[in-house]
Design a protein around this ligand. Structure first.
Ligand SMILES: [Zn+2]
Length: 495
């Protein structure tokens, strides 16, 4: 029997439309751009493409057709040039290979210069080539802003089930299984989307707390209904001023549209009743630093919610760092502060030198002011590291040129700050360890991350405090000048 040929590719970006800069082709190239057989380098990593390749390689009756896969760090609008180039390569690969099915790693909250609904454009271009009958299964991020057009163009949309996102490879394997069965005519997927006027702040989307814990448990129960292929929940990406934010329930069944719609509405009602539980428990910078300092235990992890580069913010926000320096936090470390200028100054001065710099707060006026500091350059490095996991396990990444600066605080305290060239979410303890800092030995650890850091730091942290800092990923949505968001929507509107 001829093997089934499944094409695998990806284009993933979470677009923060409030960011003042655009996301260019070079931002995708700098973050990992895998063409053709280079995709195989992702095998063994906890990524969608890694899981898809593993599933195909383990089944001799399927053959991998590698397209291209790329993603960029979340940020501003994706340029027309970037999206045309990347989609063009995906389409060219499909035109040559004519696969039996397609599996895509998309995000679901991409906004480009050409479209508010980026993924539906990608799917439309793929459909154009493969026609209406070839299965196209896409894995989406849990933070997708799903549109009906995306649902109509794909055969099935499979969102991650976890936050932190640790099931990426598993969803990649699931997508291959669905695509394979659909291509063989064993199933006929139909999908229903139920959207909710609900924009939950990030912290309570953590899989281990309410209401998310109950919501996903209910979703898994419903997924076990005979005839159901997948039940997914998208928690939406709130920092996109366009018509598509809002939670969604996506139900795929084997040919039964009525069942898909019924289950979708049932789960949507279950979520709606629990919306108040999404309100986050946050502290101000002062409250958080004082709480950490007065706690007899350690390490205490402080999450810099408002400046999470993983949600498209500047990564150079200084509000929490100011608190640590000025309130006298002892034995504290901070990861990461993206400031290429200060990294360059540290490299020019050399290890062991004392420098005086204006640290952070340069990208825009939303992330605090630059802080004048005197600092010793503890170490310099290329910033390369490999994620220890569970999230992104095995993936190689880089902070760019990186300096560890021991910065003088106001009360003879020193705060060790990892200053680097690139905006990288501090979600993995490997980032600290790659710079010679063992987070378990610190009293206070600050991370620019909202929830993802929990997958790595939960085992180290004696306590986690969520800090309401300003910035492009602030949990207080009333700080954003929305104009195009569908209204009313909770919690901006009292519904
Ligand atoms: Zn996400």
């Amino acid at each position: 029997m001829k093997p089934l040929r499944i094409a695998v590719g990806g284009l993933s970006h979470e677009t923060n439309t409030f960011a003042s800069w655009h996301t260019e082709l070079v931002d995708f190239e700098a973050n990992g751009y895998f063409r053709g057989d280079e995709l195989r380098s992702q095998a063994g990593t906890n990524t969608v493409v890694g899981g898809a390749i593993e599933a195909i390689d383990s089944d001799p009756s399927i053959e991998l057709i590698p397209l291209i896969a790329t993603s960029a760090i979340p940020g501003g609008f994706v340029t027309a040039r970037a999206v045309n180039e990347i989609e063009g390569e995906i389409v060219a690969g499909l035109r040559i290979s004519r696969p039996d099915a397609v599996v895509l790693d998309l995000h679901g909250a991409m906004v480009t210069e050409l479209s508010d609904d980026g993924e539906s454009e990608t799917l439309a271009r793929v459909r154009d080539i493969v026609g209406p009958n070839t299965p196209v299964v896409a894995v989406l991020d849990l933070h997708a802003n799903v549109s009906q057009r995306m649902v109509d163009l794909a055969s099935a949309l499979i969102p991650y089930d976890t936050y932190p996102h640790v099931d990426n490879a598993e969803r990649g394997r699931e997508a291959v299984a669905i695509a394979t069965r659909a291509a063989r005519g064993e199933i006929a997927p139909v999908t229903a989307l139920v959207k909710l006027p609900l924009l939950p702040p990030g912290p309570k989307q953590f899989s281990k707390v309410e209401p998310t814990k109950s919501i996903m448990a209910r979703a898994f129960d419903l997924e076990a209904t005979p005839g159901v292929i997948n039940v997914g929940v998208t928690y939406s990406f709130p920092y996109a001023d366009c018509p598509f934010p809002g939670m969604g329930v996506i139900v795929t069944t084997d040919g039964d549209r009525v069942l898909a719609e019924r289950i979708g509405r049932e789960l949507a009602d279950f979520i709606w009743e629990r919306r108040e539980a999404f309100r986050p428990d946050v502290m101000t910078v002062e409250q958080a630093v004082h709480a950490a300092m007065s706690d007899p235990d350690g390490p205490i992890v402080l999450a810099d919610l408002g400046d999470n580069p993983g949600g498209g913010s500047a990564g150079d926000g200084t509000a929490l760092l100011w608190g640590l320096l000025d309130l006298g936090a002892p034995n504290a470390a901070f990861a990461t502060l993206a400031d290429p200028e200060v990294a360059a100054a540290a490299f020019a001065a050399g290890e062991g030198a004392t420098i005086q710099v204006e640290l952070g707060g340069k990208a825009d006026d939303l992330h605090g002011f630059p802080i004048p500091v005197t600092a010793i350059v503890r170490s310099l490095s290329s910033g390369d590291f490999i994620y220890e996991g569970p999230m992104n396990s095995g993936v190689a990444d880089t902070l760019g040129r990186t300096a560890v600066l021991a910065c003088d605080g106001r009360y003879d305290n020193k705060v060790e700050v990892i200053v680097c060239e690139r905006r990288v979410q501090a979600l993995d303890a490997a980032i600290y360890r790659s710079q010679g800092i063992e987070p378990a030995e610190k009293k206070i650890i600050a991370v620019k991350s909202a929830v993802h850091f929990r997958s790595s730091f939960d085992s180290i942290a004696k306590r986690i405090i969520e800090v309401d800092t300003p910035g492009l990923t602030s949990v207080d949505f009333s700080r954003f000048p929305y104009r195009r968001l569908p209204r009313p929507i909770w919690p901006l509107d009292n519904i």
